[in-house]
Write a new protein. Structure first.
Length: 157
């Protein structure tokens, strides 16, 4: 995989999947769609949707572990700080040969630059939420969130 091309692809996803803020009911629907998609794949995930720093949906599916919930927290912290997907942050750091700890002094216990958390941003760039999953390999976590976000946005339209 060409990391620069992958980073460009993810940046395009982040732009394409931007939308205006929603309420708790719409966020719950997003979480429910993620859970349904995980069930279809027989994946055991921890799933979280946050709005304005508050968790409005959380599910720890059968087979998910407490470690998955902790990964969700760490990835989401990264998105809420950087306003970029955790996967994009990890790809960019890989290109630089750096880590969150090296670059920003962030403790790895509280921040993770692995795929699976996606910013909920308005078209103007305002970060208003985050959606996060953990339980699959990081690229698959990221792609699941992106695919379900696209489906959810079609429902909202």
């Amino acid at each position: 995989m060409d990391v620069k091309q992958e980073l460009d692809r993810v940046a395009a996803q982040e732009t394409e999947l931007a939308c205006e803020p929603v309420g708790a009911d719409a966020a719950w629907r997003l979480g429910s769609l993620l859970r349904e998609a995980a069930l279809e794949r027989c994946a055991a995930l921890a799933i979280e949707v946050r709005l304005g720093g508050k968790t409005v949906f959380f599910s720890s599916m059968a087979g998910a572990t407490p470690a998955n919930a902790d990964w969700v927290r760490r990835k989401r912290n990264t998105v809420e700080l950087q306003a970029r997907s955790s996967y994009a942050v990890g790809l960019a750091l890989g290109i630089e040969g750096s880590t969150l700890q090296d670059k920003m002094g962030l403790p790895l216990r509280d921040y993770a630059s692995h795929g699976g958390s996606f910013p909920l941003r308005s078209r103007s760039g305002l970060l208003w939420g985050a959606v996060t999953v953990s339980g699959l390999p990081q690229r698959e976590d990221h792609e699941l969130v992106a695919a379900v976000l696209a489906k959810w946005l079609r429902e909202l339209a």
